[in-house]
Design a protein around this ligand. Sequence first.
Ligand code: PLP
Length: 468
Amino acid sequence: MTPDEFRKTGHELIEWVAAYMEGVDRFPVLSQVAPGETRAKLPASPPQHGEQFEEIIGDLDRIILPGITHWQSPRFFGFFPANASGPAILGDLISSGLGVQGMLWATSPACTELEAHVLDWMVEMLGLPAGFRSDTTGGGVIQDSASSASLVAALAARERATGFESNRIGTGGGLTAYASTQAHSSIEKAVRMAGYGAERLRTIEVDDSLAMRPDRLEEAIEEDRAAGLKPAFVTATVGTTSTTAVDPVSAIAEVCRRYGIWLHVDAAYAGIAALLREMRWINAGLDLADSYCTNPHKWMLTNFDCTAFYVADRAHLIETLTVMPEYLRNTASESGAVIDYRDWQIPLGRRFRALKLWFVIRSYGLAGLRAHVRNHIALADHFASLVEASSDFEVVTDHPFGLVCFRHRGGDEVNQRIMDTVNRSGEIYVTHTRVDDRLTLRLAIGSPRTESDDIEEAWRVIKAATGG
Ligand code: PLP
């Protein structure tokens, strides 16, 4: 492709994306294709000769779009949101255009320095502890996902608990990890992959608000110590996936401090709410955490993938993850004056993800981002009040963020039928969880295009699905 061909096709594709964003609400929210339907439309073998871009773009519409679930639809209420936005898309485009691989500072100084800088901005924007800034012993790094953030935290915790010996000689078993029964499945995955063993993950009981009980945590730690095991890693969640429950981080941090255990705080979705000063209560106790993560790719208008991960002491992370082959040696790294982010993550290579975050923060500004989050919290309140006004439904848990958990009083079968019906209709998309072992519907608001009309329409569609 010549630069001129790129320019022409690029303009057409930007137009394609703009038209998609404008008209996303025309599509059924949940893709209606059957398993195998997309592949059946693709040729069995790759083309021998290059094809015209018009044909490729035509197939985007014909083959790919029907198989898309429209996460950017104003009526996508499933899981947690994965917001895209114009500035983030353009930032990613520039990142692709530059084609930078930012493993070392020397492989593109701006890639590393912009990342450190915007993550320092995020510390200020979210009111995070100053000890997470890059000019302290701590610092931030962009990971691809909260799952990767938890894994590197679990690894660093393992190393610290074994005097930085387990990389060399193995853990010898005996390390234990802790998270509430409500923690995200990625914590179990991290604990398994970091070699603690799934059986050494203690799932700690929660209270009526589904938040971890620090007294039960301490009991579990005591039991493990009495059995000759070594408690090493605790994850507290701010905004659980199921219901957005908030673990009492301060009390958990006190327990961790007493026993010298690494505390990781997983605020993948809800952490972004701290953009609002009135929501800063969710940051209580973070000054005692060893690591923390939140996902701009969930609620801060930054296309997947972008997880902001912070540590209070970067030396632990670097000691855990550094390997220095001869071919990566360079004077900048050896000077000790630069950050090499390859030592803060699992893979060696890394994309220039800070660009999209920079574009988003600059083009919305703090005021724009705050308005975005505040609007979703207000819309969630609005939806909850519609549910509460109905005698057939109940709101099941607190809803301090953009998620409302609710259910029909008629029981699991009725709720399952409602969910299947509304999702099949393509008008809205909701997902579910279990609370008190009862099927519960989740309506998560996150699209910048969602307005009160969409919320009211969602409620109409849900009520219609009861058959009542
Ligand atoms: N932690 C929590 C609390 C989550 O809600 C999620 C996803 O919803 C994750 C971790 C995993 O996020 P990621 O897809 O970035 O790995």
